[in-house]
Design a protein around this ligand. Structure first.
Ligand SMILES: NC(=O)c1ccc[n+]([C@@H]2O[C@H](COP(=O)([O-])OP(=O)(O)OC[C@H]3O[C@@H](n4cnc5c(N)ncnc54)[C@H](OP(=O)(O)O)[C@@H]3O)[C@@H](O)[C@H]2O)c1
Length: 226
């Protein structure tokens, strides 16, 4: 039986949303190298400059996800989509990405047969928060956990540290400050510890290989290298 499960596990298809982002790029690199997956579907709105026999990179319009039902056939869906109010241009546009695209895509994948959903949220996510960012993340978590997945893993990183194409000054300052605090006292920040994007990606992929039905939350305090 265990041998049979191994065989199925090595033939998985992963759907990755957010493959052009800081966490998404790490996820993509690690998923492509991982023996459990034979196919990675990574829909984006701008082409990935990467050729790999396991990779399928359809260009899509995220406002019309219903049109692309065939890409949602997978075992595991990994979601690292997100924007900022500044980048999106309005609170409404921010919510469209961080809530609507995420929940809609997860719902389509679940209906198409996906068993597991692994999604990046944030430290401080809380649907009752007066801050739009934390509230949106909290609402997204609640909607995702109400879907009928066999297993849901929600990751709540602190400030992300990694290879970013653009300069985000506030994020850079917060990352520098929290890293300095972590070096003095590794436990002081707890679930607000900075999180390395590559380490987060590894935790997400490892979680997808565990046999753990139900909903699981992974705080920044647990998202450490090791
Ligand atoms: N940055 C932090 O310190 C921090 C801390 C805690 C949690 N988080 C959360 O972690 C997740 C990943 O963060 P990250 O820093 O890796 O994000 P990122 O580098 O900004 O990447 C975001 C991804 O979302 C896609 N995206 C954004 N707007 C889109 C739109 N309108 N239509 C289609 N795709 C869109 C981007 O595609 P394009 O490349 O085409 O724009 C990119 O693939 C996010 O949910 C974020 O909120 C971040």
């Amino acid at each position: 039986m265990e041998q049979g499960m191994e065989i199925v596990a090595s033939r998985k298809t992963a759907l990755l949303l957010g493959a052009t982002g800081m966490v998404g790029r790490e996820l993509l690199e690690q998923l492509l190298q991982h023996g459990a997956y034979r196919r990675i579907i990574a829909p984006t709105r701008r082409r990935l400059h990467l050729d790999h026999k396991k990779l399928d990179n359809p260009l899509i319009n995220f406002d019309n996800l219903d049109r692309y039902r065939e890409i949602f056939r997978c075992q595991d869906i990994f979601i690292a989509l997100g924007t900022t109010i500044k980048k999106a241009g309005s609170e409404e546009a921010f919510r469209r990405v961080d809530y609507e695209y995420v929940v809609h895509a997860a719902g389509l994948a679940q209906k198409a047969g996906a068993n597991q959903c692994l999604v990046v949220s944030s430290a401080g996510a809380n649907s009752e928060s007066s801050f739009l960012y934390s509230r949106t993340k909290g609402e997204m978590e609640e909607s995702i956990t109400s879907l009928d997945f066999w297993s849901v893993h929600i990751f709540r990183p602190g400030v992300l540290v990694g290879k970013r194409e653009e300069l985000r000054l506030t994020e850079k300052l917060a990352a520098g400050l929290t890293r300095a605090i972590r070096s003095v006292s590794p436990t002081l920040l707890g679930d607000y510890n900075p999180t390395d994007a590559d380490v987060l990606a590894k935790h997400m992929i490892d979680a997808a290989q565990t046999i753990a039905p139900g909903v699981h939350f992974h705080g920044a305090g647990s998202l450490i290298a090791g």
